[in-house]
Design a protein around this ligand. Structure first.
Ligand code: AMP
Ligand code: ZN
Length: 477
C-alpha cells in the first residue's frame, strides 16, 4: 500500500516518495491575521491536518511548518490594493501587532476546537524579515531582480519555467490583464520582493534593507521560512487552489532563483474551495462565516470537521445549514453507537494496537487506510468507519479498537464518546435540568432576558440547548 497524492505540479496522481527516508518536510501556507479565519480558510487547515495525520500514521516523522502572515499581504495577491494588516489596524484603532496577536489567538482557538493539530513549527513573518532579506540578496546576486520606483522586483523573464505550476503559457505572461497595473513593472507578472515607503506612507512596520527602509512582499515570507525550517528542497507544499496562479507560482520562482536547485518542492497539494450558495466567501468584503458563528447556531466545531471530512479535498463543497444538520446528526449517531459498543465491551481498548484485530475488523481498517492512501479520500474513509461500527458480527472491543485507530486521522474524538459510556455526572446533569426548568419558567412568564441569561450561562459551561417539539434537549459542545 502506498500513499498517492495528486500533484498540482504536473497535474497527476503520484506515489509519495520522500526525499529522506522516513521523514517528511511539509509546509502549509498559514493565515493572514487581520481578521477571523472564515470557515473556508478552516477547510484548508483541515486538509493540512488530514495530510499530516495520514503521513504520521504511515510512520513518517513529519515536520509540518506553517507561517503566520502579519506583514506585507496586500488585498490583491498581485501587489495591488491596500495592506491588509495596516487597513485592519486603522479600522480598529489598534496597532498592527495588537491586531495580529488577537487574530492569531482566535485562529488557534478555532483550529484547536476543530481538533486540528498544531503544526510542528509556527513562524511569524515579522520575526523572519532578516531571513527574507538574506534570501532576496541571493536572488539579486543571481541576476533575477531590478529596482524601479523604490521597490525591488522579481523579473519573471529571467526564470524560464515561470508559470509551470499554474500552466500559464508564455503568451499569457506577456498580456497585461491586471486590474491595477503597476507602471514600475517591466512585465505584468513581475512581483515585488521588497517595498520601500513608495507604496504606503503610513506603513506601520518597516525594516532597513539594502534597497531602502521598507517591508517585504508577501510571497517571499513563505520561501524564506520554509527554507529555514525544511531546507532548500523539501517534500510537500500545500494551500488553497487560489494560491496556484500567483502566490505559489511566485514562491517557486524566487526560491529556485535563489538556490539554483530544482525542484524546490516535490509535491504540491491544493484544496478546493468551500463556497456559500451566494458564491465566494470574502474576508475583505466582510461576507464570511466563522466557526464561532456556527457555534452560536448550535453546532459543535467537530460537526464542522465531520461535514468537511464528508467531501474530498479536491472537490468544491457547498456550505449549507441543512448539510450541517446532517453532519451533526451523523456525529450524534456515531457517538451513540460508540457509547453502546463501549458499554458492551466493558472497558475502553487501548490505542496503538494493544487489542489484536481479527480478519474482519482488520479488513475495515485496511480499507480505511487504502481510502486515505488514495489521495486522502476522507468520504470513503468515513464510510469504512460506519461499516465497521454497524457490523454486528464484530466483537464490540475489536470494533472499538479499530475505530480508535481510524480516529488517529479522522480526529472526531471517538475515545471521548466511548468514555462517556455509563452516562455523565448525575449531579451535574440534575443541575443542568434545573436550569433548563428555570429557563422554561422564565419564558412562560415572558421574561426573555432571564431566559437568555440562563441559556448563556449554560453555553459558557459548554452546554447547548435545542428547543424542539418534544421539549428542550441539551448536549455538550
Ligand atoms: P488567507 O488567510 O486568505 O491567506 O487564506 C488562508 C488559506 O485558506 C489559504 O490556503 C487559502 O487558499 C485558503 N482559502 C481561502 N478561501 C477558501 C475557501 N473558501 N475554501 C477553502 N480554502 C480557502
Ligand atoms: Zn505561502
Amino acid at each position: 500500500m502506498a500513499l498517492t497524492l495528486y500533484n498540482t505540479l504536473g497535474r497527476k496522481l503520484q506515489v509519495f516518495e520522500p526525499i529522506k527516508e522516513n521523514e517528511v518536510g511539509f509546509y502549509g501556507c498559514g493565515p493572514t491575521v487581520y481578521n477571523y479565519a472564515h470557515i473556508g480558510n478552516l477547510r484548508a487547515y483541515l486538509t493540512h491536518d488530514v495530510l499530516a495525520r495520514t503521513l504520521r500514521r504511515r510512520g513518517y516523522k513529519v515536520t509540518h511548518v506553517m507561517n503566520i502572515t502579519d506583514v506585507g499581504h496586500l488585498t490583491g495577491d498581485d501587489d495591488s490594493g491596500d495592506d491588509k494588516m495596516v487597513k485592519s489596524a486603522e479600522e480598529r484603532g489598534k496597532s498592527v501587532l495588537e491586531v495580529a496577536d488577537f487574530y492569531t489567538k482566535a485562529f488557534f482557538n478555532d483550529t484547536e476546537r476543530m481538533n486540528i493539530l498544531r503544526p510542528t513549527v509556527v513562524c511569524k513573518a515579522t520575526e523572519h524579515v532578516g531571513e527574507m532579506i538574506e534570501l532576496i540578496k541571493r536572488i539579486e546576486a543571481r541576476g533575477f531582480t531590478y529596482q524601479a520606483g523604490g521597490n525591488l522586483y522579481f523579473d519573471i523573464t529571467k526564470f524560464p519555467s515561470y508559470g509551470d505550476l499554474a500552466l500559464i503559457k508564455a503568451e499569457e505572461l506577456k498580456a497585461g490583464a491586471r486590474v491595477e497595473v503597476d507602471e514600475n513593472k517591466r512585465n505584468p507578472h513581475d512581483f515585488v520582493l521588497w517595498f520601500t515607503r513608495s507604496k504606503f506612507e503610513n506603513q506601520a512596520l518597516v525594516w532597513d534593507s539594502p534597497w531602502g527602509r521598507g517591508y517585504p512582499g508577501w510571497h517571499i515570507e513563505c520561501s524564506a521560512m520554509s527554507i529555514k525550517y525544511l531546507g532548500e528542497q523539501f517534500d510537500i507544499h500545500a494551500g488553497g487552489i487560489d494560491h496556484i496562479t500567483i502566490h505559489h507560482t511566485n514562491e517557486i520562482a524566487q526560491s529556485e532563483a535563489a538556490t539554483a536547485k530544482h525542484p524546490w518542492v516535490n509535491y504540491w497539494v491544493h484544496n478546493e474551495f468551500l463556497i456559500l450558495d451566494k458564491g465566494k466567501m470574502s474576508k475583505s468584503a466582510g461576507t464570511f462565516l466563522t466557526l464561532p458563528t456556527l457555534v452560536d447556531e448550535g453546532y459543535d466545531p467537530l460537526d464542522y470537521r465531520y461535514f468537511l471530512l464528508g467531501g474530498h479535498y479536491r472537490s468544491q463543497i457547498q456550505f449549507s445549514y441543512p448539510a450541517m444538520d446532517g453532519a451533526r446528526n451523523a456525529r450524534k449517531s456515531l457517538r451513540d453507537r460508540v457509547r453502546l459498543l463501549a458499554e458492551k465491551a466493558g472497558a475502553l481498548p487501548e490505542t496503538g494496537g494493544a487489542t489484536t484485530l481479527g480478519d474482519r475488523a482488520a479488513a475495515y481498517l485496511g480499507a480505511f487506510d487504502k481510502a486515505l492512501d488514495d489521495d486522502l479520500n476522507t468520504p470513503r474513509a468515513l464510510a469504512e468507519l460506519w461499516g465497521l461500527l454497524r457490523d454486528t458480527a464484530l466483537e464490540p472491543a475489536e470494533a472499538l479498537a479499530a475505530a480508535l485507530e481510524m480516529d488517529q486521522i479522522l480526529g472526531l474524538k471517538i475515545a471521548e464518546a466511548a468514555s462517556d459510556a455509563g452516562g455523565g455526572n448525575p449531579e451535574e446533569d440534575a443541575e443542568i435540568e434545573a436550569l433548563i426548568a428555570e429557563r422554561a419558567a422564565a419564558k412562560k412568564a415572558k421574561d426573555f432576558a432571564a431566559a437568555d441569561r440562563i441559556r448563556n450561562t449554560l453555553k459558557e459551561r459548554g452546554i447547548a440547548l435545542e428547543d424542539g417539539p418534544a421539549g428542550v434537549k441539551w448536549r455538550h459542545i
